[in-house]
Design a protein around this ligand. Structure first.
Ligand code: ASP
Length: 365
């Protein structure tokens, strides 16, 4: 029943069937929790959170405790040796030698993959900068499966900070792999979905439209995925000020939506959903957060005890004169890391942050 997930850095490293296995196992755990009590007895999970978190951290910890395992770690790097200047590499090496699974969140894109390169046990990406958030995506897939009964044939609207929202990027990549999904991107011009994600959507044969009015988009949607403007990813306070409060879902807009549309949000909410919407039966974001605990129980069971050598993390190649140009990529900060690229339909793609170099023909393979 379980999937073979040695590390979980990006869901795309695994076939869709294995995502479905995680979701199905989570449904079983939710129904028959008593069977899984003690399934991780004697195991230890380390949670290394270099960025704030409420749901991801607590749901992972609660998941491990419910499975009978123990937890160690930090959520304030200032109280660990990180404050003394220790590298991600050394911190991970040590934490992984004390535990059976490492769950890491970091503010730099590609950093969790870099950490996994040196780890002695499976590593799970709990969010790497504005890049990816695969365990939120598993949460979202479970919510959709449980609440809409399907992961296919859905029209999904994404609203808010589609540029910096890692949950949006991960979920779009995932939903593009299921049949007949359509997407509506609702954002300002400044916060549109990055081109490389749009390429993934179109090359999977799915269509999307880009609009800037939530009112206009809402009547056509099966699912509305609201997101917060990611203040911490902006270069300046002024840029953030210009973007905040542009979109707000309120009861009036909900009147325009279908009776069976559901509203999701990875949370935290700032002011993009009015409190009055919480009482609408279609507002499922708190339920979604609860599904996150079951999906993480399922994931822990699927990751723990896996042989991490069975999954090479870097499969691309280095070119002597080519470096990743994303200043937020871990390769820009850790000089010891290789600038390793994949061939993505003839385009060079950084193996850590997925940034593409479009002005160089890929002659790697
Ligand atoms: N909790 C989600 C994340 O960590 C969404 C957010 O922070 O807005 O990406």
């Amino acid at each position: 029943m379980s999937a073979n997930f040695p590390h979980l850095i990006d869901l795309d490293n695994y076939p869709v069937e294995s995502w479905n296995n995680i979701v199905n196992l989570a449904i079983d755990i939710k129904r028959h929790q008593h069977i899984y009590v003690g399934a991780c007895s004697g195991k230890i999970m380390a949670t290394l959170f270099f960025e704030p978190s409420t749901r991801t951290q607590m749901s992972f910890q609660s998941a491990m405790l419910r499975l009978g395992g123990g937890i160690i770690g930090f959520d304030n790097p200032a109280t660990s040796s990180v404050a003394k200047g220790e590298s991600i590499k050394d911190t991970t090496k040590i934490a992984s030698s004390y535990s059976d699974i490492v769950v890491m969140r970091h503010f730099i894109e590609g950093s969790v993959k870099a950490a996994a390169l040196t780890a002695d046990c499976p590593v799970v990406n709990a969010g790497d900068g504005g890049h990816l958030h695969p365990t939120q995506t598993l949460t979202d897939l479970l919510t959709l499966k449980a609440e809409k009964g399907t992961l296919s044939g859905l029209t999904v609207g994404f609203c808010g900070d589609l540029k910096n929202g890692r949950t949006v990027h991960s979920l779009l990549k995932a939903l593009s792999r299921y049949d007949n999904n359509k997407f509506v991107f609702i954002s300002t011009d400044e916060l549109k979905v990055p081109d490389y994600i749009k390429d993934i959507v179109t090359s999977s044969g799915k269509s999307f439209t880009e609009v800037n009015s939530l009112e206009d988009a809402i009547p056509s949607l099966d699912v509305l995925y609201m997101t917060r403007i990611q203040r911490e990813r902006f270069g300046s306070a002024e840029e953030y000020e210009k973007q905040k409060n542009v979109f707000c879902l309120d009861s009036k807009k909900m009147e325009l939506a279908r009776k069976d549309m559901i509203v999701l949000h990875p949370l935290p909410r700032v002011d993009e959903i009015a409190l009055s919407v919480d009482d609408d039966p279609r507002a499922l974001y708190f339920k979604q957060a609860n599904y996150g605990m079951y999906v993480r129980m399922s994931l822990i069971l699927s990751v723990i005890n896996r042989d991490i050598r069975s999954q090479p993390l870097l499969t691309g190649k280095e070119l002597p004169d080519v470096k990743c140009r994303n200043p937020k990529c871990i390769t820009a900060l850790e000089p010891s890391l290789p600038h390793s690229f994949r061939n993505c339909n003839g385009v060079l793609e950084c193996e850590f942050c997925d940034e593409r170099i479009t002005d160089r023909q890929c002659t790697l393979y």
